[in-house]
Design a protein around this ligand. Sequence first.
Ligand code: GAR
Length: 211
Amino acid sequence: MRGNADMREMNVAVMVSGGGTNLQALLDAAADGRLQHARIALVLSSQEDAYAIERSRRAGVPVIVVSKQTHPDDEERADAILAALAGAETDLVVTAGYMSILAKNVCSHYAGRMINIHPSLLPKYGGVGFYGLRVHEAVLAAGEKETGATVHYVDDQGVDSGAIILQGRSPILEGDTPETLQKRILAEVEHPLIVEGTNLVIQKLRDKDFS
Ligand code: GAR
C-alpha cells in the first residue's frame, strides 16, 4: 500500500494572469527534478493574452482560461475555476501572479492546499490594492530598508491573510526604482522561494497521505 502512495505524484495547478516568470521557475524545477513528487498538471489563466500561456504551451502543460470575459457572472466563474481544478485532479493550487481575487468557496475548497506568492514581507504591503509593481512603489515610498517576498496559504478570510509558510529578504539598494526592485525580487527571492514553498507543502500533503 505504502509503496503505491510513495510513487504517487501530486498534481499542481498554477494560476496566472500575466508574464508568468514564477510559473517558469516552477516549470524549470519540474523539468530538472527540483520539484519533487509533483507535476504541473494545469495552468489556469485569468487573462487570455497572458504570456504565461505561451510558457505553458512550450512546456506541454494544458491551459484553461477562465476570465471575466469567458464567465462574466462571479458565481459561474468560481464554478468554472473549481471544475477546471477538479478536472486536473488537482492536489495543490499555486497562485503565482494571479491578479484576480478568488471567491471564498474556491479558497475554502482548497484550504491547506492552496498557496500564493506575494512580493513583500507580509503582513506589510499586502491586501486589496497591493499587487505587482504597486507593492514595490509603496515599499520605496515608505523608505523601507529591506523588502522581500512571502509564500503563504490562501484562506477565505481576506486577501494575503493566510498563514505564512516562507519568506525571503533582500536589502533595498541605493537608486532602486519600483522596476529594478521588482526585477531583483523576482529573480533573487521569488523564483527560488516559490519552488521551495511548493516542495514544502507537497511534502506536508504527502506526509498527511501516509499518516
Ligand atoms: C510577482 O511579483 C508576484 O509576486 C506578484 O505579481 C508578480 C507576477 O509576476 N503577485 C502579486 O502581486 C499578487 N498579489 P510573474 O507573472 O512574472 O510571476
